[in-house]
Design a protein around this ligand. Structure first.
Ligand SMILES: Cc1cc2nc3c(=O)[nH]c(=O)nc-3n(C[C@H](O)[C@H](O)[C@H](O)COP(=O)(O)O)c2cc1C
Length: 400
C-alpha cells in the first residue's frame, strides 16, 4: 500500500534482458505512469547524500571519486562480490529508494490508470509488498544474453556484471493471481506482452474501485463532523427508535479513554416525566444563582435546560475524568450526526444534580456512589435545522 495513493500500483520486475523495459513502455502507452527504479537508485546516491556517505563508510571511501560522485563500477565490484555485500547494499539504499518512490507516487496524476514501479531488484525491497500487483518478466538466461549483446554500443563486461549481480534476486517463478502475481515468460515478440499486461491492468481497475470505495467511506466520516450543529429547539414528539438508542449506546461504549479505564457511566433517559422534573429543578437552581445571566439566556430560549429533547444521556464520572467524559460525549454526538439525529452537549444539566434533590436524582438514575456529574448529551430532532459554526482557521497551524 502506498500511503495516500488511490491509483493502483503495479510492481514491474525481472532480470536484465527479459523485456522489463519493453513492458514498461507498453504500460505507459496503456495510460500508466512509470516510476523508474534505476533513476531513483541514482538519485539517492547523489554526491553529498547521506546514502552515499553510508555506502562509503561500508564499502570504502574510494567508491566516492574526487568529484564527490559515486564510482558505480567500483561499488558494484565490491557489493556484488558475495550475497552478504548485496544484502548490505540493499539495507543501505532500499529505505531511501522506497521513501522517494512513495513521494513520486503521490505526485502522479489521478488520471493515470496505474503507477508502474519498474525495478530489477524490487523483490529485495519493501516496495514489492507495497504494490497491489507484481509482474515478473522472465526469459531464459541465454536468450537474455543474446538480446543484451544485440543492443547497440553494448559493453559485454558490463552485461555480464549486471547478470551476475542479479543472480541472487529471488524472482518469483510462478503466477499466483490470488497473491496478485503474474509471471510473463517473454520469449516471443514484444506485442505478445500486450495480452497479459492488459489482463493485469483489468485486475488493477478493480483494485482502484475498492480503494475509491474506502476513500468514499472516509468522506462519509468527515461529513457528519462538518455538518453537525448544536440543537436548542427539539421536537419533543419525535422520539429516538430502539435501534438508534442501541447504536448510540454502542458508540459510547466504544469511546477511547485513558488506559481504557472508561471512568464513567452513561444513563439514557427517555422518560418524559423524569426529564421534565429535572429540567424544572435545573432552571430553579439557575434562577437562584447570584449571576442571573445564564438563567436569563435560557429563559429567552424557551425557559428550559433540556430544550425539550426527547432523550438526555447523563454522563457521570468517577474522579477527575473531564477529558474522558468529553471524548465520550463527542463519540455519542458524532454517531448521532451520522444517524441524522440532532444533539446538544449540555454542561448546564449539571444544575439538575446540585443541592439535595441533585443527590436524589443521581440515585434515581442509578449512578453509583462516588460518581459526579460530567456532562449531558441531549438527543432528538430539531424543529428547524441549524447551521454548523463557521470554521476559524486561525485556531490551527502546521509546522512542516
Ligand atoms: C463541554 C460543553 C458544554 C456545553 N454546554 C452547553 C449547554 O449547557 N447548553 C448549550 O446550549 N450548549 C452547550 N454546549 C454547546 C456549545 O455551546 C456549542 O457547541 C457551541 O456554541 C458551538 O456551536 P456548535 O456546537 O453548533 O458548533 C456545550 C458544549 C460543550 C463542548
Amino acid at each position: 500500500m502506498f500511503p495516500g495513493v488511490l491509483i493502483p500500483v503495479l510492481g514491474l520486475t525481472g532480470p536484465t534482458g527479459a523485456g522489463k523495459s519493453a513492458a514498461a513502455a507498453l504500460l505507459r502507452d496503456m495510460g500508466c505512469a512509470v516510476i523508474d527504479g534505476d533513476m531513483l537508485a541514482r538519485e539517492v546516491v547523489q554526491a553529498g547524500s547521506p546514502v552515499l556517505t553510508a555506502l562509503a563508510d561500508t564499502f570504502g571511501s574510494d567508491i566516492v571519486g574526487s568529484d564527490g560522485a559515486l564510482r558505480r563500477s567500483l561499488l558494484a565490484e565490491r557489493a556484488f562480490a558475495d550475497a552478504a555485500g548485496r544484502r548490505t547494499l540493499g539495507e543501505i539504499t532500499h529505505p531511501a529508494i522506497t521513501a522517494l518512490a512513495v513521494r513520486r507516487a503521490a505526485l502522479v496524476s489521478p488520471q493515470s490508470r496505474a503507477i508502474v514501479v519498474d525495478a530489477a531488484a524490487l523483490q529485495e525491497s519493501e516496495l514489492a509488498a507495497m504494490c497491489d500487483w507484481l509482474v515478473v518478466v522472465t526469459a531464459p538466461e541465454e536468450l537474455r544474453l543474446r538480446r543484451l549483446l544485440a543492443r547497440d554500443g553494448v559493453d559485454a563486461s558490463a552485461v555480464s556484471l549486471r547478470m551476475r549481480a542479479q543472480r541472487g534476486i529471488p524472482y518469483v517463478a510462478v503466477s499466483d493471481p490470488a497473491e496478485g502475481i503474474t509471471v510473463i515468460e517473454n520469449t516471443g515478440a514484444v506485442e505478445e506482452l500486450l495480452a497479459p499486461l492488459g489482463a493485469v491492468l483489468r485486475q488493477l481497475d478493480k483494485v482502484r474501485e475498492e480503494k475509491c470505495a474506502v476513500e468514499d467511506a472516509g468522506k462519509r466520516v468527515i461529513a457528519p463532523i462538518l455538518n453537525r450543529y448544536t440543537c436548542r429547539d427539539f421536537n419533543p414528539e419525535q422520539a429516538l427508535s430502539e435501534d438508534q438508542l442501541h447504536l448510540l449506546t454502542l458508540a459510547g461504549l466504544a469511546a477511547p479513554s485513558a488506559m481504557n479505564r472508561q471512568p464513567w457511566r452513561m444513563v439514557f433517559v427517555t422518560n418524559r416525566a423524569q426529564l421534565a422534573e429535572m429540567d424544572v429543578y435545573g432552571m430553579q437552581m439557575l434562577a437562584a444563582q447570584a449571576d442571573r445571566g445564564t438563567y436569563e439566556r435560557l429563559q429567552a430560549r424557551g425557559g428550559t435546560v433540556f430544550y425539550h429533547a426527547p432523550c438526555a444521556v447523563f454522563l457521570a464520572v468517577e474522579g477527575n475524568a473531564a477529558v474522558d467524559c468529553g471524548i465520550l460525549a463527542q463519540s455519542i454526538v458524532l454517531t448521532a450526526a451520522t444517524l441524522g439525529i440532532d444533539s446538544c452537549i449540555c454542561g448546564l444539566a449539571g444544575q439538575c444534580f446540585a443541592g439535595e434533590r441533585g443527590t436524589e436524582f443521581f440515585a434515581r438514575l442509578g449512578v453509583p456512589e462516588g460518581f459526579s456529574f460530567g456532562l449531558a448529551v441531549l438527543l432528538g430532532h430539531a424543529k428547524q435545522p441549524g447551521t454548523p459554526h463557521p470554521l476559524d482557521y486561525g485556531k490551527a497551524s502546521r509546522i512542516a
